[in-house]
Design a protein around this ligand. Structure first.
Ligand SMILES: *Cc1c(COP(=O)(O)O)cnc(C)c1O
Length: 391
């Protein structure tokens, strides 16, 4: 069996079951942590959070040495200076190094819950920030959903951000959340009808490309043709220098375009976010994660980054610590298995001298899809292909 003609989706795609509810217990998400604003990406939410905190030139923002390069431009946009702190091998923030780096100009500590696994010492980090008068920005880009020590993720930070695109079948979407501060003054407006249409149709097209929503595809064939025509017209009318129809964050670049700072997420993305069931998504992701874990355990060539999946954790991807990541990724690429390389490359200048652990994680961690929209045969084929690539 091969998936060469119908590639395995690396991130969730829209399906008829995507909005189905799960029975049983309620699962909380960052939306349960506090007041929320729907924006177009996680990085825009970081920019807004920093603006709300009054970050300006001369301020320093502590950023983990293992990061998405998209986390840094919002700091520079404020005129502030990013300072990179070290991580431990288990991806926890190195408290001693953070304390070492504190001075009067450090205003914000950014803490990332990698791959959906909450930072074990988040309560201590919160207490440290309170004691030193520093703001905590909780980066939930990898954990839209989850609970830790009895609270929803996002409840510790002064502000929390999320990247809804990483968990839901949508083309743009980020969240700014605060359990501590009012977001009343954060005013957002629509990016316009062209944007609204593009986002809805892009989600449908991605679903069709992966063989989902077949009935809808047939029904929509004519409207899609009409859309292509309208789209061409709209593009011709979009003047140079005007706000592009979708943010850079939607096409896997790390750019930060401040023109999106005051734009509301699309109607379609907000609808999907509101309708999606955290319980169903968490249950499916956890089951897929556990299955990948069980099937790769004990094989040569590497190991799971985390020894176990804690209760309440909803994983983003399955992070595998590969001995020879380049060879593994090349074999997987040839076979057609998509992978995530988080934090590769790192921000310019962040290397072994800044944090050897982060540099090693950046090079060696390979993420496998475990999202809720993987179909049984896709998951089975992916696991078998990874096993062969490791053997
Ligand atoms: C993806 C990511 C972001 C930014 O999210 P976008 O929605 O892509 O802008 C922030 N932090 C981390 C850790 C990420 O992986």
């Amino acid at each position: 069996m091969s998936h060469a003609t119908r590639p395995i989706p690396l991130s969730p795609v829209l399906s008829f079951s995507a909005l189905r509810r799960a029975r049983g217990t309620r699962t909380r998400s960052v939306l349960d942590a506090g007041e929320a604003r729907f924006v177009t990406s996680g990085r825009i939410a970081i920019g807004l959070a920093l603006r709300e905190m009054g970050i300006k030139a001369g301020d320093k923002v502590l950023v983990p040495a293992w990061h998405s390069p998209s986390m840094v431009p919002p700091v520079l946009w404020r005129g502030a200076q990013p300072v990179f702190y070290q991580l431990r091998a288990d991806t926890s923030a190195d408290l001693a190094d953070i304390v070492d780096k504190l001075d009067d100009t450090v205003r914000v500590l950014v803490v990332t819950h990698y791959f959906g696994f909450p930072q074990p010492e988040i309560a201590t980090l919160r207490a440290l920030c309170d004691a030193r008068g520093i703001r905590l920005l909780e980066d939930c880009a990898h954990c839209l959903i989850g609970e830790h020590q009895g609270r929803p993720v996002g409840a510790w930070g002064d502000y929390a951000i999320a990247s809804s695109m990483k968990f839901l079948p949508i083309y743009e979407g980020g969240l700014l959340v605060s359990a501590r501060h009012s977001l009343r003054q954060v005013a957002l407006r629509s990016a316009g009808p062209g944007f609204e249409a593009k986002i809805a149709l892009a989600s449908l097209e991605k679903a069709f490309a992966h063989g989902r929503l077949r009935a809808a595809r047939a029904a929509l064939w004519l409207p899609m043709k009409a859309r292509d025509a309208a789209w061409g017209m709209l593009k011709r009318r979009t003047k140079a220098g005007a706000v592009p129809l979708a943010p850079d964050s939607s096409d896997s670049s790390f750019n930060f375009d401040p023109r999106w700072i005051d734009k509301r997420s699309s109607w379609f993305a907000r609808l999907v976010t509101r309708l999606a069931s955290p319980a169903r998504i968490a249950a499916a992701r956890r089951a897929n994660y556990e299955r990948i874990d069980a099937n790769l355990r004990g094989l040569p060539g590497g190991r799971a980054l985390y020894p176990r999946l804690p209760d309440g954790t909803c994983p983003w991807v399955f992070p595998f610590l590969a001995d020879d990541p380049e060879a593994l990724c090349e074999r997987l690429r040839q076979a057609g298995v998509p992978v995530v390389r988080f934090g590769l490359p790192l921000w310019q200048g962040v290397d072994d001298s800044v944090c050897a652990t982060s540099a090693r994680l950046s090079r060696h961690v390979v993420g496998f899809a475990c999202h809720q929209e993987l179909q049984e045969q896709e998951l089975a084929w992916m696991i078998e292909t990874i096993r062969k690539a490791l053997a």
